[in-house]
Design a binder for this molecule. Structure first.
Ligand code: SF4
Length: 305
């Protein structure tokens, strides 16, 4: 398939067959996100999707796990998503699970019966951009949910038989608020019990709306060291049984394991990195299009604007 977008997915989906059903993100408003800003959102035709299924089947593909892209694929309307799921079952009856990104709103606008029907058609993991445990941060970042709505949506998703996984983002609350965010997020995760938590620690990207907030002082970013300390505080407080995977790509650091079992090992790994990360402020300034992001020198970025 000729495809102009990029499918961004959690590490657990790396071995899945990636099936694009749209280009871009239908929401595309989160202030920190540059994944699909340069793309005009559009749905791929059912003919194009069928063509890709035919191609994969013709080369002997028998995927057991399929990930639908791009961003927020669960927001497709009921009829179209149902049609796509039925097509997948027809081509690949051996497929055990169909997973995708979702927003809280894309769950809330569905009835319980509709959610159950999607589960029967093979939908299993929904990856939700939870990001922060603080309502004012969610509002500032223009996420499409608050904590109360997320609690309710996740409860209904679980009742329908699906699995929820959380994307979070250390640094999202800004300078001096990492501990507060970690406490709130730990409480949220302990209550909602995701199967996986993926922390894509925040990039400070020049081409997103948040950049203007940084310039006008309405958002003061946290340093990479603060982000690591926030993550330490979070991991210390998670009591739910879950797989945790944390990425700080700017400083090429990753911490992962099963919580609470691997907590001490993970904290020791973090402590070493915190110690090695200089006090001199290191910020995750980047520019360019995902996934080919370029690192910027923080000082020159801010002096040249
Ligand atoms: S974070 Fe997710 S929902 Fe928000 S704009 Fe980016 S892809 Fe869309």
């Amino acid at each position: 398939m000729e495809y102009e977008g990029q499918i961004c997915r959690a590490p657990m989906e790396r071995s899945s067959f990636m099936l694009p059903i749209m280009v871009g993100c239908s929401y595309n408003r989160c202030r920190f996100c540059n994944l699909f800003r340069h793309l005009k959102y559009r749905e791929l035709s059912l003919e194009q999707i069928k063509g890709e299924l035919t191609r994969v089947k013709a080369v002997g593909g028998k995927p057991r796990r399929i990930f639908l892209g791009d961003g927020n694929a669960f927001a497709q309307d009921n009829e179209r998503l149902t049609e796509i799921l039925k097509m997948i079952r027809q081509y690949f009856p051996e497929c055990e699970e169909i997973n995708m990104d979702a927003t809280v709103t894309s769950i809330r606008r569905r009835t319980d019966a509709e959610l159950e029907a999607f589960c029967r058609l093979g939908v299993r993991h929904l990856y939700l951009g939870i990001e922060s445990g603080l309502d004012d941060v969610l509002a500032f970042m223009e996420k499409d949910h608050d904590q109360g709505q997320a609690y309710e949506a996740i409860e209904r998703l679980h009742q329908a038989g699906m699995i929820y996984d959380a994307h979070i983002m250390t640094g999202v609350a800004g300078k001096g608020r990492g501990t507060e965010n970690a406490h709130a997020l730990a409480e949220f995760l302990n209550r909602t019990r995701p199967a996986h938590v993926v922390n894509f620690s925040m990039f400070l990207h020049k081409e997103v709306p948040l950049y203007q907030n940084i310039l006008d002082g309405s958002f003061v970013p946290s340093s990479e060291k603060e982000n690591l300390e926030e993550e330490r505080c979070l991991i210390e407080r998670i009591t739910a049984d879950l797989l945790y995977d944390g990425f700080h790509d700017y400083i090429e650091f990753r911490v992962r394991g099963r919580l609470p079992k691997d907590r001490e090992k993970m904290l020791a790994h973090l402590d070493k990195q915190i110690e090695e990360t200089p006090e001199a402020e290191v910020y995750s300034y980047v520019q360019g299009e995902c996934p080919a992001l370029e690192r910027c020198d923080g000082r020159s970025v801010w002096q040249n604007v």
